[in-house]
Design a protein around this ligand. Structure first.
Ligand code: SAH
Length: 343
């Protein structure tokens, strides 16, 4: 089988050309075509000789993703179904607001975390995405943004399918490329990684001195409640999680964003609010209250606006920043937790 040429670093490509008796700068040229110029074929690489192009063609493949199906929501949100080289499909979403465009990208095909309120969990985990498959989702949305809205992509959130911290190496490689001048040249400050909360991996990220933002899907600050909805909490409880978050804050100086949905009958009592306030006081954090996006079976229902207002006022009273996040792209199943390859 041909090897995917985009799994090579620039140095490896330079070495490869030298090993073939060619000059090392050919490696730089190919690298630029592959990443900055987003070439899909060797034929496009016009500053290489015909023989070199044919030679590369014989020995390598360029495994680009293919955006298969594009759906547009009435609110402007766009969902891409992305076909991978082995036929599997993931979804990514472009969310435009007045002066920015956010790409919501997937890190795995399916997901193993089993959160009971999330449609992606139903797919189970099929495989990790490769660095270039993650990068390509971002590059595709960046292109679409320029085409549709006339401006570049401004933000990236790892809130699509999958748990990014269980595909750590590949996600980090993709972010390196997204932020490098040879890739998309985006600032890491405009990237947010969202996780169910795996303490060991949060500490590792902190040790690796990453520069992007961290969002944590909290949904409850009471162990029994959280464990029922998010099985990950059974073996990684809230105390361990807090320990990792404090470590993250110490090492990076960044605060954490807690994502939180309020559900009827699940976390809509005063004791739930008190627990959240108490949890937030242990580390610099802000809270995004996100709207629940129903997935088929109707087992969960968003709490009433009165309860949500109670959350807001208690958090604010305690000096904690809180935002209410409207969901986008619901009509095309593109909102948080709805990505499940339905089409
Ligand atoms: N695995 C990562 C990223 C994917 S989910 C994580 O869990 O953070 C992105 C966000 O959508 C998470 O905060 C998740 O809890 C939330 N989410 C999942 N299902 C949802 C639903 N049905 N409605 C609203 N938010 C949901």
């Amino acid at each position: 089988m041909k090897k995917d040429i985009r799994s090579y670093s620039k140095e490896a490509l330079r070495d490869y050309f030298v090993s073939q008796g060619q000059q090392s700068f050919r490696g730089n040229q190919v690298y630029e075509w592959l990443w900055k110029k987003n070439a899909h074929t060797f034929e496009e690489m016009t500053n290489l000789s015909k023989e070199t192009r044919l030679f590369l063609e014989e020995h390598f493949s360029i495994n680009h993703i293919a955006v298969d199906n594009i759906q547009r929501s009435t609110d402007g949100t766009v969902k891409n179904a992305v076909k991978l080289h082995d036929g599997l499909v993931v979804e990514s979403v472009m969310i435009p607001t007045e002066n920015r465009t956010t790409a919501c990208v997937s890190s795995q095909v399916g997901c193993a975390m089993g959160c009971t309120f999330c449609a992606t969990a139903r797919l189970k985990k099929q495989r990790n995405l490769l660095p270039d498959e993650i990068y390509d989702q971002v590059a595709a949305i960046s292109k679409e943004s320029e085409l549709l809205y006339g401006h570049k992509l401004t933000n990236i959130v790892f809130m699509g399918m999958g748990e990014p911290l269980l595909n750590y190496e590949n996600v980090m490689k993709a972010i390196d490329k997204i932020t490098s001048e040879e890739g998309l040249g985006m600032s890491p400050r405009r990237i947010t990684l969202s996780t169910v909360g795996i303490p060991k991996m949060i500490k590792r990220m902190a040790d690796d001195q990453v520069k992007f933002n961290l969002a944590l899907s909290l949904h409850s600050a009471i162990d029994e409640v959280r464990s029922k909805m998010m099985p990950v909490n059974i073996s990684n409880n809230l105390d361990e999680l807090m320990d990792a978050l404090q470590y993250w804050h110490q090492k990076t100086g960044n605060r954490i964003t807690f994502e939180y949905v309020v559900w009827k009958g699940i976390n809509d009592k005063q004791k739930d609010i008190d627990a959240l306030v108490h949890y937030c006081k242990q580390v610099p954090a802000k809270v995004n209250l996100i709207e629940y996006n129903p997935i088929d079976d109707g087992a969960f229902e968003q709490a009433s606006p009165i309860i949500i207002e109670q959350y807001v006022s208690e958090l604010e009273k305690n000096g904690i920043i809180v935002n209410i996040r409207r969901s986008r792209g619901k009509d095309i199943d593109a909102a948080c937790g709805q990505l499940a390859n339905k089409s």
